[in-house]
Design a protein around this ligand. Structure first.
Ligand code: ZN
Length: 506
C-alpha cells in the first residue's frame, strides 16, 4: 500500500472567505486559520492509537468489545481534556460476528463443497447452526424478468416439508421476513440466493437479517448462478454450518459538544468509531473518527467560539446497521430534532485508491435528494473544493452510513467519502490517479484495514474540507432551512432507502 506525504499543504492556506449560500444572509467565514491548524500528522497520531487499541484486543474494535470500549474511552478523555461537554450514551443491541470459517456443501446427489466469499456468505445476524437436510425451493422465478416475492407470504410455504432447508430468491421484501417465514413453516435452515434480474444482483448479496431477526435458524446468502443450479437439482441435500456468534451486548455513543453556541442551531458532526468484526477499521472509520478529534482539538486550541453549538458524535454499532446513530435520533424529542440544524457525516475519507466524493444533497446526479437544506451543505463543500482547484464526484444518499437516521427525520445532511468496495473507473483514474479497475479500498472490511491502509494526501484534503464546512456552519447565521424536520416527506424519503449500513436488508 503506497503512502504519500502531503506536499501541497500550502495549497489550502491563505485567506479563504466563502459566502454561505443561504438567500437570506451572506456570512463570510474565513476558515484558513483552522485549516492550517488541522494537520494530517495529528490525525494520524489518533489513528495510531486506534491501531494499538485494536492490536491489544484481537485486531478489532467491534461494538460491544473491549476494542471499541477502549476507543470510546480514548475519545472521551481527549475531548474532556480540551473542555468540551462530554456525555456517554449507552445502548444495547444484538451483536453479530463470525467465529471462524463457515460451511456450505451439497451431500447429495453430487458431494460438492462451496466456497465462502465466492459462492455463499453467512447473512449478518444469522443464528449459529449446523444442519443437513433436503432442499425445497419456495416460489422461485428463474425466467423472464425474474420478478420475485419468494418467501414474502406465508402462502409461499404451502406444502413445504418441515425439516427441510428452504431455498429462497431475493426480491420484494426483507431477508428477515423471508427467513422468519421459512422458520415458521418448519425450515431448519434457509439459503437466499440473489435475484438475478440485473447485473448488480448476480453475486453474493452481503445481506443482513438485521438485529431484530428472530427466526432462530441459520441463514446464508448465495449467488444467483448457484441458486438456479440448486433449484434445478433433483434430490438435493445440503449442509449449512454457520460458525457465528450472536449476543446481546451493551455499547455506547460518545458525544462531545462545545460549551458555547446556540443550542437551537446545533451542528452535529458524526463519525462511527466501531469496526467490523474482521479488522481494526483504521480507514473505516478511523479516518472519520480521527478527523473529528483533530477538528475539535484545533477549534479549541484556536479559541474559536462558535455561533452555533457544535456537537461531535462518535457513533457505535454502525457496522451492525447504523444502530448507534439510530438510537441517538430515536431518543431525541421533537424539540431536540428541531434544534439540530444539520448533520455532517464523515465515513471513510482516506481510501488508498481514492476519489473525492461529496454527498449529493440535492440529488442532482444520483437517485435521492436529502431533506431541504442538504443542497446548502453540498454547495459549501463544492465551493470549497472548487476554490482549491480540486475536482469532486457526487455520491448518493444510499443510507449506508450514519446520516441515514438524520435525513429520515428531515434533518439536512451532507458529508464526504473517498470510496469503499466500488471500482475506480478509467475516467476517475485520469483525474485522481491511482488504479483503474481496482476497488477504491481493497481492504474494505478486511483485516488489512490497518494504519497503512490510508492515502495521506486525500485524507489531508478531506480533513481541510471537513474543517472548513464545520466552521462555516458553526459560524453561519442562516437557519439552513431545515423545513422538512419531522415531516411526512422525510419519512417517505427514508422508506425508499433499501441499503442499511454496510449490508443490504432486502
Ligand atoms: Zn464505515
Amino acid at each position: 500500500m503506497k503512502r504519500k506525504i502531503v506536499a501541497g499543504a500550502g495549497l489550502a492556506i491563505g485567506a479563504l472567505t466563502l459566502a454561505v449560500v443561504a438567500a437570506d444572509s451572506a456570512v463570510p467565514v474565513d476558515t484558513s486559520a483552522l485549516r492550517a491548524a488541522v494537520t494530517v500528522g495529528n490525525a494520524r497520531l489518533h489513528q495510531f492509537v486506534l491501531q494499538m487499541i485494536a492490536d491489544d484486543n484481537g485486531g478489532v474494535r467491534l461494538a460491544g468489545t473491549q476494542g471499541h470500549d477502549d476507543s470510546a474511552e480514548y475519545v472521551a478523555q481527549a475531548m474532556t481534556a480540551i473542555g468540551l461537554d462530554v456525555s456517554i450514551q449507552p445502548f444495547e443491541f444484538v451483536s453479530f460476528r463470525p467465529l471462524g470459517p463457515s460451511d456450505l456443501s451439497q451431500t447429495a446427489p453430487v458431494p460438492t463443497v462451496y466456497v465462502e466469499g465466492t459462492d455463499f456468505e453467512v447473512m449478518a445476524q444469522s443464528e449459529p447452526g449446523d444442519v443437513t437436510a433436503r432442499v425445497t425451493g419456495v416460489d422461485l422465478n428463474l425466467v423472464g424478468t425474474r420478478a420475485s416475492s419468494s418467501g414474502c407470504e406465508a402462502a409461499d410455504f404451502a406444502g413445504f416439508p418441515a425439516g427441510d432447508i428452504a431455498l429462497i430468491q431475493r426480491g420484494t421484501c426483507t431477508f428477515q421476513l423471508k427467513a422468519e417465514n421459512a422458520a415458521a413453516a418448519g425450515a431448519v435452515g434457509a439459503i437466499v440466493f440473489n435475484q438475478g434480474n440485473s447485473p448488480d444482483r448476480e453475486g453474493i448479496i452481503n445481506g443482513t437479517l438485521q438485529a431484530g431477526y428472530s427466526g432462530g435458524i441459520p441463514v446464508v446468502d448465495a449467488t444467483f448462478a448457484r441458486g438456479a443450479e440448486w433449484a434445478n437439482t433433483a434430490g438435493l441435500v445440503m449442509r449449512i454450518h454457520t460458525n457465528v456468534e450472536r449476543q446481546l451486548v451493551i455499547t455506547h455513543n460518545v458525544i462531545a459538544e462545545t460549551p458555547g453556541g446556540r443550542s437551537d442551531r446545533v451542528v452535529v458532526v458524526g463519525a462511527h468509531l466501531d469496526s467490523v468484526p474482521t479488522g481494526p477499521g483504521i480507514q473505516d472509520n478511523g479516518t472519520g473518527s480521527a478527523a473529528l478529534l483533530e477538528i475539535a482539538t484545533q477549534m479549541a486550541a484556536l479559541g474559536i467560539e462558535p455561533r452555533n453549538k457544535v456537537r461531535f458524535a462518535w457513533w457505535s454499532a454502525e457496522e451492525s446497521g447504523l444502530v448507534g446513530s439510530q438510537f441517538y435520533v430515536d431518543n431525541l424529542t421533537a424539540r431536540e430534532v428541531k434544534n439540530i440544524a444539520l448533520n455532517i457525516n464523515l465515513d471513510m475519507i482516506g481510501s488508498p485508491n481514492p476519489v473525492r466524493f461529496v454527498y449529493d444533497g440535492d440529488g442532482s446526479a444520483t437517485p435521492l435528494a436529502g431533506p431541504n437544506g442538504s443542497k446548502n451543505i453540498e454547495q459549501v463543500f463544492l465551493d470549497y473544493f472548487a476554490s482549491q482547484g480540486m475536482a469532486t464526484e457526487p455520491t448518493a444518499f444510499d443510507g449506508r452510513s450514519d446520516y441515514g437516521p438524520f435525513i429520515a427525520v428531515g434533518i439536512p445532511a451532507g458529508g464526504l467519502f473517498t470510496g469503499a468496495e466500488g471500482i475506480k473507473s478509467e475516467e476517475e483514474a485520469a483525474i485522481y490517479g491511482g488504479t483503474a479497475g481496482a476497488p477504491y479500498d481493497p481492504c474494505y472490511h478486511l483485516a488489512c484495514d490497518t494504519y497503512d491502509n490510508i492515502d495521506e494526501q486525500v485524507f489531508d484534503e478531506m480533513l481541510d474540507a471537513s474543517a472548513h464546512a464545520v466552521l462555516t456552519f458553526a459560524m453561519t447565521t442562516s437557519a439552513i432551512n431545515g423545513t422538512d424536520k419531522g415531516s411526512d416527506k422525510a419519512m417517505q424519503a427514508a422508506a425508499s432507502m433499501e441499503m442499511l449500513g454496510s449490508h443490504a436488508r432486502q
